[in-house]
Design a protein. Structure first.
Length: 92
C-alpha cells in the first residue's frame, strides 16, 4: 500500500493575476505566478490545494482567502483582526 505524499508535495494553487478590493479599504493585487500584495505589502503565501490558497499580511494580520472555481474564476474573502471578515470584489 502506498503512503500518502507529504504535505510539502501536495499540489499547489497557481496564483493568477487579479486586483480586488475588500471591505475596510483593503486592496489586494497579484501577478501571474505571484506574489500576492495586500495594501502594497508582499503577503505570505500558503497553498492548501490546487484550488485554494491564503495570503497573509503579517503587519496588519489580514488574511485573504482565494478559491479557484471549476470554471477558472476566483472567489476572494478576507479575515482581519477582531473577527473582521467579508467578501472581496474583483476588479473587472
Amino acid at each position: 500500500m502506498d503512503a500518502a505524499a507529504p504535505a510539502d508535495d501536495a499540489p499547489k494553487a497557481k496564483i493568477t493575476m487579479f486586483n480586488a478590493t475588500c471591505p475596510g479599504d483593503i486592496e489586494v493585487h497579484a501577478d501571474d505566478g505571484g506574489p500576492v500584495f495586500v495594501n502594497g505589502r508582499e503577503a505570505a503565501y500558503k497553498s492548501f490545494s490546487e484550488s485554494y490558497y491564503e495570503a497573509t499580511d503579517a503587519e496588519t494580520g489580514v488574511t485573504v482567502s482565494v478559491s479557484i472555481n471549476t470554471d477558472g474564476t476566483l472567489s476572494l474573502s478576507y479575515t482581519g483582526k477582531g473577527g473582521a471578515n467579508g467578501i472581496c470584489a474583483l476588479a473587472e
